[in-house]
Design a protein around this ligand. Structure first.
Ligand code: ZN
Length: 313
């Protein structure tokens, strides 16, 4: 875990050089979304398109049909300039531990409402849904209770902990993490989630929590357990230190940047953190990784619904 980050730097000057204005952002988006050219529905083929002078769209040279690259992306129908959006993405990608909507407001000069909306939309792209593990791989599994104290090692909820949200962590050693806010810590919930996200034939490491007794059912896992209650933390390669390390990062992050996270937004916070963690050994800049998520906007999220939500928050 002490490997030096190989990630290439991407400075604010690099950002300004590459995205000096809205036109360059739109051009980037066009090339990103249509690397093989724009398909015209009317002409039923890829045709040449030209930039409309007065609008953020492109028009087919043959029939004049318009294409808006921002449609169905996080920028959909937003009145905020693309450069401001890209600046916000740059800011969110450039800090190691994340940045708050308040900081985006300060840096970009937009209103808090706009900053919050961009923050939420950008974060919604940062999902991790590929399963982890597999033959010959080891995955550590553990729970944390967000909002509560947890004794080093095994952490069952204490009395009065009912309001605390359990979080299930699954970390592939030297690999990716998946962190899920879960409704409870029953065997059904925990084992069900593990089977959903951890591939068959993985060696899984858990503590002695009885909820994991049946985790291997139907998945051919090799299940190894550590007895935290006896203050044993490492036996050979049987330990959950990797996932414990991830929990420390999460807790430091919440405390340092957000102070606290409401239960409603805990999962998106976990997703953002996992997204960063899962790219810690990448060479491409985090900004590029963020931009490469743009097509992953959830369809059906209308700007009106987002606005309504941002007003509640
Ligand atoms: Zn056409």
């Amino acid at each position: 875990m002490n490997r030096k980050s190989p990630m290439l730097p991407f400075t604010f000057k690099d950002f300004q050089d590459q995205f000096p204005d809205d036109a360059s952002c739109l051009e980037w988006l066009r090339n990103y979304l249509y690397p093989d050219g724009i398909y015209c529905k009317n002409c039923a083929r890829v045709t040449k398109h030209h930039r409309m002078a007065s609008r953020p769209s492109y028009s087919c040279d043959h029939c004049g049909n318009h294409v808006h690259p921002t449609a169905d992306t996080i920028f959909h129908k937003s009145s905020t300039p693309l450069t401001t959006w890209f600046h916000a993405i740059y800011l969110m990608a450039s800090t190691r531990c994340g940045i708050s909507a308040k900081q985006i407001q300060r840096e970009t000069g937009v209103t808090y409402k706009t900053a919050w909306r961009m923050f939420k939309q950008i974060r919604s792209m940062l999902t991790n849904d590929a399963p982890i593990g597999g033959e010959g791989k080891g995955v550590e599994i553990d729970e944390m209770y967000y909002g509560g104290k947890r004794k080093n090692g095994a952490g069952r909820p204490m009395r009065g902990d009912k309001q605390k949200t359990p979080v299930l962590g699954m970390v592939e050693r030297s690999g990716k993490v998946i962190a899920l806010a879960v409704p409870d810590t029953t065997a059904k919930t925990l084992c069900g989630s593990v089977r959903e996200f951890v591939l068959p034939a993985t060696t899984v490491f858990t503590d002695e929590c009885p909820a994991y007794n049946t985790v291997s059912e139907g998945r051919r896992y090799t299940h190894k357990r550590i007895k935290h209650s006896e203050k044993v933390y490492v036996v050979g390669n049987v330990h959950t230190n990797t996932v414990e390390g991830f929990w420390s990062l999460i807790k430091r992050g919440i405390g340092g940047v957000y102070h606290s996270v409401s239960q409603k937004y805990l999962q998106s916070y976990l997703d953002e953190y996992s997204f960063r963690y899962n790219r810690r050994f990448d060479t491409q800049p985090m900004f590029t990784s963020f931009l490469n998520q743009i097509e992953k906007t959830q369809p059906g999220e209308t700007p009106c619904a987002e606005l309504a939500q941002s007003q509640i928050a």
